[in-house]
Design a protein around this ligand. Structure first.
Ligand code: ZN
Length: 113
């Protein structure tokens, strides 16, 4: 098993999980681009949002993203980003949602830089 997120899900790689349930888990991004930058990740390997067909998993990913945002105190606003496939800037080929906030993010439809 070489996929880094599959390895974290399986406990093969240590990671502090902010959330973990039967379908998804959440960890802080290792290269945060804002004061809060958390990844919400399905436990099962789904290559990207393009491949996501499980509506129960889709719902859980969104619900946990909102839960993380509340837990991180992002009442002022935040952004949910799903970089998808090569042109979308996806860097790990295992679906993950970025919860980003803690500073004004501007209006651009892009990842904060
Ligand atoms: Zn994986």
């Amino acid at each position: 098993m070489t996929c880094v997120f599959c390895r974290i899900a399986a406990g093969e790689l240590p990671a502090q999980k902010l959330h973990e349930d039967d379908l998804v888990f959440a960890v802080r991004d290792r290269a945060p681009q804002a004061p809060t930058h958390v990844l919400v990740i399905p436990r099962a390997h789904v290559a990207s949002l393009w491949e996501l067909e499980d509506e129960r998993l889709a719902g859980r990913l969104l619900a946990v993203a909102a839960q993380v945002a509340r837990a991180e105190g992002l009442a002022g606003g935040w952004r949910l980003i799903a970089n998808t496939r090569e042109h979308g800037g996806q860097e790990v080929a295992h679906l993950h949602l970025h919860v980003v906030g803690g500073r004004p993010l501007g209006r651009m439809l892009s990842a904060p830089g």
